[in-house]
Ligand binder design. Structure first.
Ligand code: SF4
Length: 316
């Protein structure tokens, strides 16, 4: 996303100008990366994945995404408990998916962009699908449906109010899937990026990756974006220039410039994550426990001695 001159359009409000100034960069501010970086990063991950190739059964793959990485890098016992629970849609889980869909529609929408129209369109499209989300929406009672509409509407309204209209020349892409296969497809790293803007030119970085969030900052948000940056680097060959969480309810960014150091630390974290996931999933060792604030909402805390000990002394 280029910022060719410093004058920002007067028609934009201060929040919209802030988005432009945070995400834009002049051509001479964009970093250049070695064409060899992609090969080196992938090779490092490949070496880790290859060590488990014989432990993964013939008809299986080890899937790694941002949620699994965050879980496995915390308490392994809780990861197992959570993975055994079946996923169920709820207003909090569905509102993110539907808000992203409505924001996606807003970018390509030709008529007037009012949040409620976009919200209703996103809901109606999701309801017409043939997946679990469609069935869940069809069965919603009036109160939950109204709550869902209200939550999505306020997120879309916040996006429209705080983001400038996205121009075609910025190449906006939403919900882009990215995937990297290692060890002949035995290990699969995958994710879906909320929004990308811009693109690399030769070996010069130019892309910006944005993840929409609500609520307060968590270090895992930064880790999620680094994960996407690494996958995109391996996919395209050049890293994104910048990644940023954008908090819809506050209209604030937490941006991070992507450097070789950032990518290398991400490779180290993912290598650790692949190792832990493979060891636990294929029962090479028992899971460890890691007590901390998540014990407060852990579903197996009552039967966990470590967690009980932590909670007994937790006076925060
Ligand atoms: S209570 Fe705490 S230590 Fe025990 S399994 Fe849950 S998160 Fe882990």
């Amino acid at each position: 996303m280029a910022q060719e001159d410093t004058a920002l359009p007067a028609s934009l409000n201060p929040a919209q100008k802030n988005v432009l100034s945070q995400l834009g960069a002049k051509p001479d501010e964009r970093p250049e990366f070695s064409a060899d970086l992609q090969r080196i990063l992938k090779q490092n991950l490949e070496e880790v994945a290859q060590t488990f190739i014989r432990d993964i059964p013939d008809n299986e793959s080890l899937f790694v995404n941002k949620h699994l990485l965050t879980q496995i890098m915390g308490c392994e016992k809780r990861y197992i408990a959570d993975s055994e629970e079946s996923f169920e849609w709820s207003v909090p889980t569905a509102r993110g998916t539907l808000s992203h869909k409505a924001i996606e529609l807003s970018i390509f929408w030709l008529g007037p962009k009012d949040p409620l129209t976009l919200t209703n369109e996103a809901l109606s499209r999701a309801e017409q699908g043939n997946d679990s989300l469609a069935s869940w929406i069809k069965d919603l009672n009036e109160g939950d449906r109204a709550q869902l509409c209200g939550d999505v509407n306020s997120r879309v309204g916040s996006f429209l109010e705080t983001w400038p209209p996205l121009e075609k020349r910025w190449r906006p892409m939403l919900e882009t899937p990215i995937r990297v296969e290692l060890a002949e497809g035995k290990v699969v790293l995958s994710g879906k990026v909320d929004l990308t803007l811009g693109s690399a030119g030769g070996n010069i970085a130019g892309k910006v990756i944005v993840d929409f969030k609500t609520g307060k900052f968590s270090p895992s948000h930064r880790d999620d974006l680094r994960f996407y940056a690494l996958l995109d680097t391996i996919r395209i060959g050049i890293p994104p220039r910048l990644v940023a969480s954008y908090y819809l309810d506050r209209g604030e960014f937490t941006p991070e410039n992507i450097t070789v150091d950032v990518l290398e630390s991400c490779v180290a974290r993912i290598s650790d994550g692949i190792t832990r996931l493979a060891q636990i999933r294929f029962k090479m060792r028992p899971p460890t426990t890691q007590a901390g604030p998540p014990c407060r909402w852990c579903t197996i805390s009552e039967e966990c001695e470590t967690g009980q000990e932590y909670l007994a002394n937790d006076d925060t």
